[in-house]
Ligand binder design. Sequence first.
Ligand code: NAI
Length: 333
Amino acid sequence: MYNITLVLGDGIGPEVSKAAARVVDATGVSVQWDVVEAGADVMDEYGTPLPEHVLDSIRKNKVALKGPITTPIGCGFRSVNVALRKELDLYTNLRPAHSYEGISSRYQDVDLVIVRENTEGLYSGIEHWVGNDAAETIKIITRKASERIVRFAFDYARENGRKKVTAVHKANIQKYTDGLFLECARKVAEEYNDIELEDVIIDAMCMNLVINPHQFGVMVMPNFYGDILSDLCAGMVGGLGVAPGANIGKEIAVFEPVHGSAPTIAGQNKANPVACMLSAVMMLHHIGEHEAAKRMHDAIAAVLADGKNVTADLGGNAGTSDITDAIIAKLQK
Ligand code: NAI
C-alpha cells in the first residue's frame, strides 16, 4: 500500500486529478490517497493558496499527484507552483514530449524529454525597479544546482537507454551564468563515458528542433529555456492535452500536467484528463510500479488511437468522465 498525496488544485484541477487517481486505482496498485485542497478555492478558509498541511502531507508521503492551480493576479501571491517547487526543493522539472497515434500534430514518432532546472536561473524572484523607468531581474546560476540537474539528466538517459544528452545554453553571450552551466555539464559528462554530451545554443536549438526533432532525445537546460522549450516540444506532439510533467527533488516528487487550471471550462466535464493521467504513469514508474505504469500507458494510448472517446480539445465530444471510463475499460480487458 502506497500513501500518496492527491492535491486537487482548482479550476479543472479536481476533475483531472480525480480522473487520474481513478485510473491508478484501476491498475490494481493499492494507494491510500491523502486528498488535500490548494489554490484559489481555499484562500478564504486558510488565507493562503498553499496551506501548511498540504506541504506537510507531501513531506510525509514523499510522492504527490497534483492538479493545476490558478495563480491569482495582482494580490501579492507569487505562483503557488513556483512556491511549492522551491519549498520542497524539487530541483528537476521533467517534461516528456511523446507522439501518440490518433493525436494530430506536425510530427510523428517524437520522443523527447526536457530536463529543466527548477529552482534558480531567471526564476530566482529577485527583481527590482531602478528609478521609475527601468527594472532589473537577477539570473542566478550556481555550480551546485547546475551539476545536480546535469547529473539527473545523465542518470535519466542511462536508465532509459538513451545515448546522448544535449545541454542547451547561451554561453556565447551570458558568459558567466550560462558559461558556468556549460562548464558543469562538461565536468559531469566525464563521469558517464557511455553517454555523449552535445551542447547547443538555445536559438539554434529552437530551429533544429523544428527542422528535425528526431535528432534529439534528453535535453538539459536552465530554468527559463526549459520553460519555453517544453511548451515548444508539447506543441510538436499535439499540445497541452497530452503533456505530462514531474517535479523531482532528492526525496520528494510531485507529478502534474503541464497545462494550467483552464478556468473557462472548469466544472463542465469538458477537461481532458490525459496529461494528468500520463503524469500519474510517470508517478507509477517513480515508485517502481513499472508493469502497472506500462498497462496504464498502453490503455491511454489505445483510447487515444481509437479516437471515439476523446475530449473536445482532441477533436472529439467525450466528457472527462467518458474518456476516463473508456481507459478503465481498456485496462480491465
Ligand atoms: P491553461 O493551460 O489553463 O489553458 C490554456 C488553454 O488550454 C485554454 O484554452 C484551456 O481551456 C485549454 N486547456 C488547458 N488544459 C486543458 C485540458 N486539460 N483540457 C482541455 N483544455 C485545456 O493556461 P492559462 O489559461 O494560461 O492559465 C490558467 C491558470 O492556470 C493561470 O492562473 C495559470 O497561472 C495557471 N497555471 C497553473 C499551472 C500549474 O498548476 N502547474 C501551469 C500553468 C498555468
